[in-house]
Design a protein around this ligand. Structure first.
Ligand SMILES: Nc1nc2c(ncn2[C@@H]2O[C@H](COP(=O)(O)OP(=O)(O)OP(=O)(O)O)[C@@H](O)[C@H]2O)c(=O)[nH]1
Ligand SMILES: [Mg+2]
Length: 433
């Protein structure tokens, strides 16, 4: 892919200093600022920044030019002078204008949470699909902010103060970005088509998808359930592509399990939209395993965020199991029993120790069996050898050997009836219950 017209960040193995700014908007306040800033710090370190200072402000009113009040801006200016960071990261969305004003004041790069998340996604994208999805989201984010991005370029060329390099270049860049967006959207449509064909070949098999906040242990659970070796890392957004594996261990039926990209609070909207094809694994699943890190101080808010994204995806009606992971990190048994009390339907487990995994396997099997459709099939004795093949497509609950024929009581999985039709071509002999 062609080099972008703006600089996302310089590749370097050295940690680059960053100042973090927590902002509590007038309508927030449900989560303590220290927790949201811890999350921002996690994002910053994942993006190879080294946080050197934290500043916070509770806003009662928003200053349209700088977001923060003038006193806090001054304080921040002093911190910038003292630490000389490469970047100031705001845990809030900045308008293109606010961004520019703050950069001019601090004479250093200012980014917001969305851009930070885009940097991480950009770093972790490996497959053609993930790379295209991230690039599209980045360009869509950059388009209205192009003056600022251009500001970066001009600064790199000629030092601070040479920002106004001329409208024509910006207009040209805008047009190029728009063209690039159209090209990427076309490419994604093509990838989407290929994925759809792949998914079609999997219809009829029970499909389970792992969903949840980032770093809760989805990939670890995938490995536990399937015996595979998907990438597991103690970092945010380790997984960007949907990985699909068959669950064989301890399962009487064929089940496909999909590991998916982790979610986070205030996920850039363009990113969710761009990841549509990856998230289709979630939308088209028969069962969702909603994985929660029960040891996280902010797990309830994380659950809310996941529900919001599932709503946005139209996946809120899908059957689901609530899975509370990392119980090995809960030292106090009372917290665990409170959890059971508050969430009686949840399955509590630890991917680390294996405790509770069997319980989850049983839960998945139960959900699967609830979906099975009862069906009765009448066979001639001459057709008895077919029973072996039928067993592969359905669960045989009862075999009734009568005088003239064999009556099979079956449970069919989704799509099983069509496969049975193909296999037997005995439509006339079937008796529906
Ligand atoms: N203590 C403990 N750590 C766990 C458990 N399950 C997972 N982890 C750790 O949690 C971290 C994140 O695990 P992942 O499986 O990569 O999490 P994920 O949800 O796939 O994360 P993303 O792909 O980034 O969204 C890793 O360091 C795991 O070793 C558990 O049951 N107990
Ligand atoms: Mg993962």
């Amino acid at each position: 892919m062609k080099a972008p017209f703006y600089q996302i960040k310089q590749e370097t193995s050295q940690k680059r200093k960053a100042i973090l700014v927590g902002v509590e908007m007038p309508h927030d306040g449900s989560v303590p600022m220290s927790i949201t800033l811890d999350e921002l710090e996690g994002l910053a370190t994942t993006a190879h920044y080294q946080p050197v200072a934290r500043l916070t402000q509770r806003l009662t009113a928003i200053n349209p030019k700088t977001l923060l009040g003038s006193g806090k801006v001054e304080e921040l200016e002093q911190a910038v002078r003292h630490h000389t960071p490469e970047v100031v990261i705001f845990d809030a969305e900045l308008s293109p204008g606010q961004n520019r004003t703050l950069e001019n004041l601090f004479k250093c790069r200012v980014i917001d949470r969305s851009w930070l998340i885009l940097e991480i996604f950009n770093d972790h994208a490996k497959s053609r699909e993930a790379k295209t999805q991230v690039e599209l989201a980045r360009l869509k984010y950059a388009l209205p902010r192009l003056t600022r991005m251009w500001g970066h370029l001009s600064r790199q060329r000629g030092g601070i103060g040479l920002r106004d390099v001329g409208e024509t270049q910006i207009q040209l860049d805008r047009r190029l970005i728009r063209n690039e967006i159209t090209k990427l959207e076309r490419k994604l449509k093509q990838i989407d088509k290929e994925k759809k064909t792949q998914r079609k070949s999997r219809t009829g098999i029970y499909r389970v998808a792992l969903v949840g906040y980032t770093n809760v242990g989805k990939s670890t659970l995938m490995n536990r359930l399937t015996g595979s070796h998907t990438l597991v890392e103690d970092k945010l957004f380790a997984t960007l592509d949907a990985t699909i594996r068959k669950i064989k261990k301890n399962f009487p039926y064929p089940v496909l399990l999909a590991d998916t990209v982790g979610l986070i609070d205030k996920l850039p909207h363009d990113l969710v939209a761009s990841f549509k094809s990856t998230l289709d694994e979630v939308r088209e699943a028969d069962l969702l395993l909603k994985v929660v890190d029960f040891s996280h101080p902010n797990y309830r808010k994380q659950m809310e965020t996941v529900e919001e994204v599932l709503n946005e995806l139209g996946a809120n009606e899908i059957d689901s199991l609530l899975v509370f992971n990392k119980i090995d990190q809960i030292p106090d048994p009372e917290i665990l029993s409170d959890g059971h009390y508050d969430y009686p339907e949840a399955i509590f487990l630890s991917c680390k120790t294996g405790e509770g995994i069997e319980h989850l396997q049983q839960g998945i099997i139960r959900c699967y069996e609830n979906k099975l459709i009862p069906y009765t099939l009448k066979l001639d004795y001459a057709e008895a050898p077919l029973i072996q093949k039928i067993r592969k497509q359905a669960i045989i609950v009862k075999e009734d050997y009568q005088d003239e024929s064999i009556l099979l009581s079956l449970r069919l999985p989704p799509g099983g009836k069509e496969r049975l039709d193909k296999l037997l071509d005995l439509k006339l002999k079937r008796v529906s219950l």
